[in-house]
Ligand binder design. Sequence first.
Ligand SMILES: [Zn+2]
Length: 73
Amino acid sequence: MTSELKHHWQPAEKQRHAIAGPLPGGKQHNEGERLDTLCGRQVVAAASNELNWLWPTCDACMNVAKERVGATA
Ligand SMILES: [Zn+2]
């Protein structure tokens, strides 16, 4: 196990997408920031609030994220 984050999650465009690497500076992304997701899309970050975190997780991002952390299933 490593404490270094391989990716982090960000609500964007009505889904929670994974973004490669640790959260820059440990802070949240700003609303409107353009981000490249693990599923290969470029999305516009939504505000990080409780409501947006309830959006469904992007399946494609989840699959890539699992691979990145070494899950085999
Ligand atoms: Zn995604």
